[in-house]
Design a protein around this ligand. Structure first.
Ligand code: ADP
Length: 338
């Protein structure tokens, strides 16, 4: 089982001819309301790939909160531990431009209510057995779930950082101590200490996040030497590292069982991306993280999980939106053999 502890956001998407400058008003296309948020996207992607996924998150009691719950449910995610709180549901305002890039403002809202007490409440509630089919709580408390702890008992725990950092670090160390494999997507990026990196198997970052996690800047001599950045993240403590490089694919760096601390690199694998026409890269990284987690939970090796995730995200960039662009396993497998 996979447990995703993270954000859920309503994505408000508008197509514009270009990004507006300061003080400028532009007319855009029709507004689209789409389900998003790194955590929810990752959960949806893993579930669409066939994994058994539970999400721990907070959304508001507003209509966007209900919308996100129903979209996650439709993707096959267990939302019993998504609490509803008296804050606006997290929102991302996304401007889509013809270059396929996007400009995003995130208002975290209810995601900020996912504090340590809230994730612990999800564990406690899960210990109390209840009838099948209990819906997510309307009361602001995590609702009771089936017997077994929602994230302490998971094989793979997925964390990203659109929730309070303290919560993510708490879950990482508790889940690791309980024997779960912790997948940390350090996005949005922060500098991380060796204590935290030691819990990550893998740490998944894009090239910018890789630098930030190391506390390095863009003028670092290794700034564009991604294999070296991945190796430096291993030296800093990570058990394994995946650096994603957009249309250039990803690099997987793994530690050998008997590697020395200062020379931990045992294998380095470059996984090229598929050549596709990208129309919207929103959520490509999240599709990738969710797919890696699902494949790891199914017992795949990290490099193989990354190969599969590369196909999942290649399909996703060819469609608009994040969760709405994720394909199911049958479609991904058909894409791979094409
Ligand atoms: P993030 O959105 O977190 O920065 P990336 O842009 O690195 O993540 O994308 C994650 C993965 O998605 C990449 O490793 C790659 O496999 C795939 N991907 C992203 N953009 C494209 C693209 N334009 N064409 C094909 N695959 C892509």
């Amino acid at each position: 089982r996979v447990a995703v502890i993270g954000s859920a956001n309503a994505d408000l998407v508008v197509e514009v001819a270009r990004r507006p400058g300061g003080g400028e008003t532009l007319l855009g296309g029709d507004l689209a309301l789409l389900p998003g948020g790194k955590g929810a996207n990752q959960a949806a992607a893993a579930a669409r790939c066939g994994a058994n996924v539970s999400m721990v998150a907070c959304v508001g009691t507003d209509s966007n909160g209900g919308f996100l719950l129903s979209e996650l449910t439709a993707a096959g995610v267990n939302v019993e531990h998504v609490a509803r709180v008296e804050r606006p549901t997290g929102t991302a305002i996304i401007l889509l431009t013809p270059d396929g890039e996007n400009s995003i403002v995130v208002s975290p809202g209810a995601n900020q209510a996912l504090d340590v007490a809230a994730v612990e409440a999800a564990v406690m509630a899960a210990a109390a057995p209840v009838a099948e089919g209990t819906a997510a709580s309307e009361t602001g408390e995590a609702s009771p779930g089936r017997a077994g702890s929602v994230w302490r008992d998971a094989q793979v725990v997925v964390l990203s950082l659109e929730i309070p950092l303290e919560t993510a670090l708490h879950v990482a160390s508790e889940a690791h101590a309980a024997g779960a494999r912790v997948v940390l997507n350090a996005a949005p990026s922060v500098q991380l200490t060796g204590d935290v990196l030691q819990l990550c198997d893998p740490l998944i970052v894009n090239e910018h996040e890789a630098l930030e996690v190391l506390g390095a800047s863009a003028d670092d001599p290794d700034a564009t030497n991604y294999a070296r950045l991945a190796e430096r993240l291993l030296i800093a403590g990570a058990r394994s590292v995946v650096v994603t490089l957009g249309a250039d694919g990803a690099i997987v760096a793994e530690r050998g069982a008997s590697s020395a601390a200062e020379e931990p690199l045992a294998s380095l694998t470059a996984v090229p991306a598929y050549t596709v026409r990208a129309v919207d890269t929103t959520g490509a990284g999240d599709a990738f993280v969710g797919a890696v987690a699902g494949e790891l939970a199914a017992g795949q090796k990290l490099a193989d999980a990354v190969r599969f995730a590369t196909a999942v995200s290649a399909v996703s960039v060819q469609r608009v939106g994040a969760q709405s662009s994720y394909a199911d396993r049958t479609e991904i497998e058909a894409f791979i053999v094409e």
